[in-house]
Design a protein around this ligand. Structure first.
Ligand SMILES: Nc1ncnc2c1ncn2[C@@H]1O[C@H](COP(=O)(O)OP(=O)(O)OP(=O)(O)O)[C@@H](O)[C@H]1O
Ligand SMILES: [Mg+2]
Length: 282
């Protein structure tokens, strides 16, 4: 999909950095100085090994993690410049779903989806009811409105999470490994659902994954992360196929090559957090 060059990106991370304090007091740089743009309507993949900084980078977009340096723009506003109460309102532009769904267990499907609409107190009961029904229909779960999460399959739970994330009509949907807890059949169905949602309502999707089929099935653009930095970025062209595309094999080979290189360079450093010391400034 081509974008008019004049259109500003819906997400712009500008020179963002994020360090975490390790138990021994050292700082570990999870995201090194990074600039990244995602255009409106795109489906953008963040790919990389475990510990590469994918989740941290994603969480910088909605300021679940605040950058140590740099600026974050979403839907034309600089989130990093907003006072707390305005940030809360601006976050309505950003929905998020997680690997473990993060639903409220003792609430119905309806109430889970209604939750982000109720906390702002700006909508009437009727408006909330209409919007919840609309979002449940979008994910094909209209008949599960009165169920509780425990009564749903994994794929259904994630679809409730998608409905909840979309309820406030965000411009951006952030997805952190949304299919990792699902079997391959359910994964396929969920990816198709996300693609359909992107097509129908034009919401910009940013998805973190280490599963290459997810990239192939869903993404138009991909950034590969390594040790907190974007090392490759490219468009995924060509038809979506169940078998691997040539490009998919390239991505696959690229990631495997990079994984191998990383291990050869630092054979002692596996993904375990206790062993990460020293990677930061390598
Ligand atoms: N709150 C935290 N405190 C300390 N270190 C953290 C924290 N969050 C992340 N890290 C470290 O930052 C690095 C990047 O973490 P992140 O979760 O972004 O990686 P990831 O690419 O999402 O990995 P995975 O594929 O395993 O989810 C890791 O080394 C991790 O241990
Ligand atoms: Mg992660």
């Amino acid at each position: 999909m081509s974008h008019p060059t004049a259109a500003p990106p819906v997400i712009r991370l500008e020179g963002v950095r994020k360090s975490f304090r390790l138990p021994n007091g050292d700082a570990f740089e999870a995201v090194r100085r990074t600039t990244l743009e995602v255009h409106g309507g795109d489906v953008f993949g963040l790919v990389g090994q475990s510990g590469a900084g994918k989740s941290t980078l994603l969480r910088l977009v909605n300021l679940l993690e605040r950058p140590d340096a740099g600026r974050v723009f979403v839907a034309g506003r600089e989130l990093t410049a907003l006072p707390r109460h305005e940030l809360r309102a601006a976050r309505q532009q950003i929905g998020m779903i997680f690997q473990q769904f993060n639903l409220v267990q003792n609430a119905t499907v309806f109430d889970n989806v209604a939750f982000p609409l109720r906390i702002h107190g700006r909508h009437t009961r009727a408006e909330i009811g209409a919007r919840v029904r609309e979002c449940l229909a979008l994910v094909g779960l209209s008949e599960k409105s009165d169920s509780h999460p425990a009564q749903l399959s994994g794929g259904q739970k994630q679809r409730v999470a998608i409905a909840r994330a979309l309820a406030p009509r965000p411009q951006v949907l952030l997805c952190d490994e949304p299919t990792s807890a699902l079997d391959s059949e359910t994964t396929r169905a969920l990816l198709q659902q996300l693609r359909e949602i992107n097509r129908q309502i034009g919401v910009t999707i940013v998805i973190v994954t280490h599963e290459l089929p997810v990239v192939q099935a869903l993404c138009r653009n991909v950034a590969i992360l390594e040790k907190g930095q974007v090392v490759e970025q490219f468009a995924v062209d060509g038809p979506v196929a169940e078998r691997k595309t040539v490009l998919g094999q390239e991505i696959d080979a690229l990631v495997r090559q990079r994984t191998r290189d990383a291990h050869e360079r630092q054979p002692q450093q596996a993904a375990a957090p206790v062993q990460l010391r020293g990677v930061a400034h390598a």
